[in-house]
Design a binder for this molecule. Structure first.
Ligand SMILES: Cc1ncc(C[n+]2csc(CCOP(=O)(O)OP(=O)(O)O)c2C)c(N)n1
Length: 635
């Protein structure tokens, strides 16, 4: 590149390069960084809004702290693109989220600067506390630990468990609360209200300003203030901050709110805070999507917009063939509204994913009966349980991967009490570019081991609709889980009248002689395609879609084992303990015999990449199924 054209960012290959710059150059670095993120994401999609919002904060953090010796812990990690770019990954940033490229989240194996692997929310304070305590035990000098957590992630219970522990522990830890008043959708709940109040409250801010000024502090936490703070910690706390401050109640020192887009000011504040020991929280106000008009205006849409025009912001629609059929998530959202109109006992619960799972349709239409409870999966499940005790029929929609958080609540609060809660597990199976933190591959195994639980997975959109219909009927007196995948199915004409599905009943989709394919969920669509290809090769395979992992259709299975000595089970989920395992158990328990091959997700964490790449890697796409059948047929 022509030297004259090089931006400041082009010369930054590590935070060391950033630190060489005069502080007055930082706004220009931020401009470069913001432009770079927009340029790359416009053609290689990812999480846009959150990363744009923390450009200044990221730059200030790397200017002030000495990472990777100092530990920077990002919560969720979808906002860490700037961090990746400033820490030596600028030139490979165009591989972000691609198969074999860099991860869309901080990942320990990827860089020493990624101190903690993330993807799920509300973990940063716990992890940072662990690091700070370890550092103290090892007697490390001057090693700082900083957690950056959004106001959305702050609604998660774990964040409060960690605050509670950290305050009592007196660990040397800085928590930066990145408050943009948004999660993916508008942030909700009491904490959100509290943060709004504290940022906007004139009385609070005037009082604080008066005291700061009285201390001789005008714009940063200057020397005088520091000296005062160190001498009079308790006096100051009691005088100023403890009053009405939630974080102070946890024994954190609260600072802020400060403007999160003034990079020079931020560096000064951070430098001052470095010299104050103990647990402290800096409240930073930012705007999600900052610097890209469309993303500032429509923050939910531009959270992860897909590809877009970097000038106008126009979002380009996916041209894939699949896009013609509706997404499972849309079918869920529309069907829920239809059912709720028919059955007034139905209520909807989502932990912070109303747009993602389409419960926003019900929230809009029936705001009294649909609840976004914040990033709080455990609470979502037990809240649903409470509703069910009173005869309501909760549809609790949680992404498969996030449901891992609420496993005990499913067992203890719902299943043991045999409560009629309908669990809709969205994004069941591999999810693609978000990678191992987000693949929903464990739910079949974890749900089927719970007594009283009905475990189902629709093959297509019509099935999803009918399973949802069936799950809310009065004769269901137990928890009912329905898992379905990310993206589109194959039924553009899914809006048919509801049909009751018999619990534990599968169906035969094609006849065949030797080999039988047993599928669950969307794997059935791939298997159908495979059957067509195999038929052209004069290989006839039978295909059964089981629909239910629990209870299994034993009648159908006895018939299958009678007719076929070669069986292949196919699932978009972990092989260990999953659907295929259930078939093997059935076979063993009934002293049947056959050669059974299990196709599914092997016993390792599958990295990120397009769904096509990942299905192919696991051999569960059409081609993989054809290859397995040919292989089994030869034996
Ligand atoms: C346990 C868990 N539940 C849900 C999500 C999905 N999720 C990803 S980002 C996000 C919003 C986070 O909001 P916030 O922390 O305020 O960050 P922002 O995007 O506003 O910067 C949610 C709900 C998640 N990552 N983890």
């Amino acid at each position: 590149m022509d030297e004259a054209q090089r931006t400041l960012l082009d010369n930054i290959d590590s935070p060391e390069d950033l630190k060489k710059l005069d502080i007055r150059k930082l706004p220009e670095v931020c401009n470069d960084l913001r432009k770079f993120i927009i340029d790359v994401l416009s053609i290689n999609p990812g999480h846009l809004g959150a990363s744009l919002g923390v450009v200044e904060l990221t730059t200030a953090l790397h200017y002030v702290y000495n990472a990777p010796y100092d530990q920077l812990v990002w919560d969720v990690g979808h906002q860490a693109y700037g961090h990746k770019i400033l820490t030596g990954r600028r030139e490979i940033f165009d591989t972000n989220r691609k198969f074999k490229g860099i991860s869309g989240f901080p990942k320990r194996g990827e860089s020493d600067f990624d101190s903690f692997g993330v993807g799920h929310a509300s973990t940063s304070i716990s992890a940072a506390l662990g690091m700070a305590v370890a550092s103290a035990l090892k007697n490390e000098k001057n090693r700082k630990v900083v957690a950056v957590i959004g106001d959305g992630a702050m609604t998660g219970g774990m964040a409060f468990e960690a605050l509670n522990n950290a305050g009592a522990n007196k660990a040397d830890l800085l928590v930066i609360l990145n408050d943009n008043n948004m999660a993916i959708d508008p942030n909700v709940g009491g904490i959100n209200e509290y943060l709004l109040n504290i940022s906007k409250s004139n009385t609070y801010n005037r009082f604080k300003k008066d005291v700061w000024e009285g201390l001789g502090k005008l714009d940063t936490f200057g020397r005088k203030t520091r000296a005062f703070l160190q001498k009079n910690q308790h006096a100051l706390k009691n005088m100023l901050l403890k009053q009405n401050n939630l974080f102070e109640a946890f024994d954190f020192r609260y600072f802020g709110p400060v403007d999160g887009h003034d990079v020079v000011y931020l560096t000064k504040v951070l430098n001052d805070l470095k010299n104050i020991e103990g647990p402290k929280l800096l409240h930073v106000i930012t705007q999600k999507g900052k610097g890209f008009k469309q993303a500032e205006i429509n923050q939910t849409k531009y959270h992860a917009p897909g590809i877009f025009d970097k000038e106008t912001g126009e979002i380009y629609k996916s041209k894939s063939v699949e896009a013609k059929a509706p997404k499972f998530q849309n079918v869920f959202g529309e069907t829920l509204v239809e059912l709720a109109e028919l059955n007034e006992k139905i209520v909807g619960i989502t932990p912070a994913m109303p747009s993602g799972c389409s419960m926003n349709l019900m929230i809009k239409k029936m705001p009294d009966r649909a609840f976004d409870v914040g990033i709080a999966e455990q609470h979502a499940v037990t809240f649903s349980a409470g509703l069910a005790t009173q005869g309501m029929i909760p549809f609790c929609n949680i992404y498969s991967t996030f449901m891992q958080r609420a496993y005990d609540q499913v067992v203890h609060d719902v299943a043991i009490q045999k409560l009629h809660v309908v669990f809709c597990l969205d994004r069941g199976g591999l999810v693609g570019e978000d990678g191992p933190t987000h693949h929903g591959v464990f739910d079949i195994a974890y749900m089927r081991s719970i007594p009283n639980m009905i475990v189902s997975a629709p093959m297509d959109e019509i099935d999803l609709r009918n399973l949802m219909y069936t799950a809310q009927l009065e004769d269901i007196k137990q928890p009912f889980s329905i898992r379905y995948p990310r993206g589109a199915g194959n039924k553009p004409d899914w809006k048919k009248p509801f049909e009751k599905i018999k619990i534990g009943k599968g169906r035969k989709l094609s006849e065949g002689k030797d080999i039988a394919l047993l599928t669950i969920g969307k794997s059935g669509i791939f298997a159908q395609e495979a059957v067509k290809i195999l038929n052209e090769k004069q290989i006839e395979v039978a295909h059964y879609d089981l629909r239910f992992v629990k209870p299994l259709d034993t009648e159908l299975l006895f018939d299958v084992f009678k007719k076929h000595k070669k069986i292949i089970t196919i699932e978009d989920g972990a092989i260990q303990g999953g659907f295929g395992s259930a078939i093997l158990e059935f076979m063993a328990q009934n002293a049947l015999s056959a050669s059974v091959k299990i196709l599914g997700v092997p016993d390792k964490f599958i990295e990120h990449g397009s769904l096509e790449d990942l299905y192919s890697e696991c051999g569960i796409d059409t081609e993989g199924i054809v290859a397995s059948v040919l292989n089994v047929a030869e034996k």
